[in-house]
Design a protein around this ligand. Structure first.
Ligand code: UDP
Length: 463
C-alpha cells in the first residue's frame, strides 16, 4: 500500500494537480514519489500516463489515473535507443495528451486544477499547457550538475568538445570543471542530431515553464544551484531526496525479487557489494564475463542484479561458465531485479557498484553506501565524475572493464582504508540528507515554498 502515512498528511486543499511521468523506470519512480509528497500536502492527484510502461494504479488507490494512447508500435518500445524512443513519444503523444487535458479541464466539477507537472523530457507539453493557459511545472529527475552541462550544449558544440573525438577523451573541459571530454553527454542513437535536439528542447521548454522541481538537495549541489538560479529565472525547488519522505514505496515495472533480503540477513555488516546497472543500460558479453570474474576473484560477497536484456545478445545469465555461482559456495547471489532501496538500506551492504543513474546515486548517498562507478551513457558519466572527484564517495572505473582492475577496486572499496574514508564522507552526506528533510532543513522549507507557490497559481475551474 503506497498511501503516505496519515500522521504526515495535511488537510485536503481542494485543489487538483495533473502529473505526467515519462514512461521509463528512472523517471516513473521520482514522479510517483513526488505525487505522494504533494498528496501528503493536501493536493488531489491525477496521473496522466501512456499505455506503454503504465504504472500500476492498484498500488495508488488515492490517485486518479488517466491513460492516454501513445501510438507506439511494439517494435518501437525498445529502450535500446532511448533518445529515439523519447523523441517518438514527444511526437506521438501530442494529440492524445492535448485531448485528455481538454477533457480533464472540462470535467472539472468539484476541484479546480492548479497546474500540470511533467517530466522535463516531455518537452512538447509546454506548448499544450500554454495553449490552455495552464501553468506547467517541470520535474527534472536527474541532478542540477548534469542539467547545467545539458544547458551548455551550444557552447560545447561551438567549441568542438562534442561530438566527442577519441583523441580528446582524457582532456579537461575547463568551462565545466571537473569534467573531462569523455564525461560529456553521449549516447548510442541512430542519429546524434536527435540527441542534440532532445537536449535543446528539454532545456528550452524547461526555461519556458512556471517552475522547476529537483530530486536533489541544496547541501549537495550548492554551487550548481546558484549557477542555475542565475541562468533560469523561474521558481526553483530542491525538495529531494523524494524517496526518504515515506517508507519504501515501489513503482517498479519489474517484479522485485525479495528473496535476496533473507540472503543478505545472513551476511556480516558492511561486507556485501551490491551491483546494479539500472533499468536501461546494457553491456556486451565480454564485459559481463570480466565483471563476473572480477566479482568471483575479489573473494567478497556480492548481490548482482542481472536484468533480462542487460547482456547484449543473451536472455539472461547464459554466458556464465557452468556452475559459476555454485563454485562460490554461497558468496554470490544473482537476481533479475531487486528491491533496491531496501537492499541499500540493509546493514550487510558495504558497497554499491552502480552505473550512476541519478536515482541510484541518490539512493546510495541516502544510505551512506560508498560506490564503484561505472557510468554507461548520458548524465551517468557526469554523476560518476561528481561522485569520484567532487564528493569523493566512490571509485571511478573509467577505463576498460578488466577482471584484475575490478577485483582491485572491490578490495579497495570494501577492505582497505581508502574505502573507509569514502564511507566516512558519504555518512556525512547521509546526515545532511536527514537534516534537510526536517523542519527548518532546506528541502523541508523548499517544499513549503512549493506548496504555497502552487496555491498562488490561478487555478483553472470548469470552463
Ligand atoms: N531499481 C530497482 N531494482 C533494481 C535496480 C534498480 O528497483 O534491481 C530502481 C532503483 O531503485 C532506481 C531505478 O530503478 O530507483 C533506476 O533509476 P536510475 O536513475 O538509477 O537508473 P536508470 O534505470 O534510469 O538508468
Amino acid at each position: 500500500m503506497e498511501k503516505p502515512r496519515e500522521s504526515r498528511m495535511q488537510q485536503r486543499k481542494g485543489v487538483t494537480l495533473l502529473l505526467f511521468p515519462l514512461p521509463l523506470q528512472g523517471h516513473i519512480n521520482p514522479m510517483l514519489q513526488l505525487a505522494n509528497i504533494l498528496y501528503s500536502k493536501g493536493f488531489s492527484i491525477i496521473i496522466i500516463h501512456t499505455k506503454f510502461n503504465s504504472p500500476n494504479p492498484s498500488k495508488y488507490p488515492h490517485f486518479t489515473f488517466r491513460s492516454i494512447p501513445d501510438g507506439l508500435f511494439e517494435h518501437e518500445t525498445s529502450t535500446a535507443d532511448v533518445v529515439h524512443l523519447v523523441t517518438l513519444l514527444n511526437i506521438k503523444c501530442i494529440r492524445s495528451f492535448h485531448d485528455s487535458l481538454i477533457k480533464l479541464l472540462l470535467d472539472v466539477k468539484e476541484e479546480p486544477i492548479a497546474c500540470l507537472i511533467t517530466d522535463a523530457d516531455w518537452y512538447f507539453t509546454q506548448a499544450v499547457a500554454d495553449s490552455m493557459k495552464l501553468p506547467r511545472l517541470v520535474l527534472r529527475t536527474s541532478n542540477i550538475s548534469s542539467f547545467l552541462v545539458y544547458a551548455a550544449l551550444p557552447l560545447l558544440l561551438e567549441k568542438g568538445y562534442i561530438p566527442i573525438k577519441d583523441s580528446q577523451l582524457e582532456e579537461p573541459v575547463p568551462e565545466l570543471p571537473p569534467l573531462k571530454v569523455k564525461d560529456l553527454p553521449g549516447v548510442k542513437t541512430r542519429d546524434v542530431e536527435d540527441f542534440y535536439h532532445l537536449l535543446a528542447e528539454l532545456v528550452n521548454e524547461t526555461k519556458a515553464s512556471s517552475g522547476l522541481i529537483w530530486n536533489s538537495f541544496e547541501d549537495l549541489e550548492q554551487v550548481e544551484l546558484s549557477a542555475l538560479c542565475k541562468d533560469f529565472p523561474i521558481p526553483i525547488f530542491t525538495i529531494g531526496p523524494f524517496h526518504k519522505y515515506f517508507p519504501a514505496t515501489s513503482s517498479s515495472l519489474l517484479t522485485q525479487d525479495k528473496s535476496c533480503i533473507s540472503w543478505l540477513d545472513k551476511k556480516a555488516p558492511n561486507s556485501v557489494l551490491y551491483v546494479s546497472f539500472g533499468s536501461i543500460a546494457d553491456i556486451n558479453e565480454a564485459e559481463f564475463l570480466e565483471i563476473a570474474w572480477g566479482l568471483a576473484n575479489s573473494n567478497q560477497p556480492f548481490l548482482w542484479v542481472v536484468r533480462p536484456g542487460l547482456v547484449l545478445g543473451s536472455e539472461w545469465i547464459e554466458p556464465l561458465p557452468h556452475g559459476f555461482l555454485e563454485k562460490l559456495g554461497g558468496r554470490g547471489c544473482i537476481v533479475k531485479w531487486a528491491p533496491q532501496q531496501e537492499v541499500l538500506a540493509h546493514p550487510a551492504i558495504g558497497g554499491f557498484w552502480t552505473h550512476n543513474g541519478w536515482n541510484s546515486t541518490l539512493e546510495g548517498i541516502c544510505e551512506g553506501v560508498p560506490m564503484i562507478c561505472h557510468p554507461i551513457f548520458g548524465d551517468q558519466r557526469i554523476n560518476a565524475r561528481y561522485v569520484a572527484d567532487i564528493w569523493r564517495i566512490g571509485l571511478h572505473l573509467e577505463y576498460k572493464l578488466e577482471r584484475g582492475v575490478i577485483e582491485r577496486a572491490i578490495k579497495r572499496l570494501l577492505v582497505e582504508a581508502e574505502g573507509q574514508e569514502m564511507r566516512k564522507r558519504i555518512m556525512t552526506l547521509k546526515e545532511k540528507v536527514e537534516h534537510c528533510l526536517k523542519q527548518g532543513g532546506s528541502s523541508y522549507e523548499s517544499l513549503e515554498r512549493l506548496t504555497s507557490y502552487i496555491l498562488s497559481l490561478q487555478p483553472l475551474s470548469s470552463h
